[in-house]
Design a protein around this ligand. Sequence first.
Ligand SMILES: N[C@@H](CCC(=O)N[C@@H](CS)C(=O)NCC(=O)O)C(=O)O
Length: 213
Amino acid sequence: MTIQFTAFRWVPPFAQGFVRDLRIRWALEEAGLPYQVVLIDGNTENYRQWQPFGQVPAYRDDEVEMFESGAIVLRLAGMSEALAPRDPAALARVSTWIFAALNSIEPHTQNLLSLDSFYAGQPWTEGRRPSAKALLDLRLTSLANALGDKDYLEGRFTAGDIVMATVLRELEENGILKAYPNLDAYRARALARPAFAKALEDQLATFRENEPA
Ligand SMILES: N[C@@H](CCC(=O)N[C@@H](CS)C(=O)NCC(=O)O)C(=O)O
């Protein structure tokens, strides 16, 4: 099986280490599957044939061509026991957590984080912040309850944890997770995995090698 996915050749420092091809790299490292990274410089018309929004990651293997990091991680979960049990009911739970991370948690993390990044300094952000924070807290409380004292969302590590941990990781800087000790420990536990460290280092190495003059 030849596996390829796209990544940016370089991004500005604020985005380095957070570009979403990280999820694919991490999943592939966990699975021990060989892969090729296709570096792109921008979203050309030609590239949009592969990824309609001009974003990374896009993915292909011998059988499929696709995009969306969650869908790609789910595809990989179907290939490797390291990412999900082979039992269909257990695999369904993994897909549930991937969607939960992307659809129930990430919109709320992004809503709050965007106030301090894309919209930083705009006067309306202070009025928006309390409701954005309250909605995020609601979801984090539910997630913390669902995790309980388990190491990972389904007990054992799965592809669902890859997507959830990369979503929660974006809250590291603002300290919000400190109010949820089990979620914070879960995030740290997932990100301490050697496969994550390898994925992160590989993404950062590409940016170091292609630093604009
Ligand atoms: N929902 C997409 C989002 C992908 C995404 O936001 N990619 C960013 C990098 S992290 C990107 O390519 N941004 C450049 C752009 O939007 O033009 C996924 O999860 O794959």
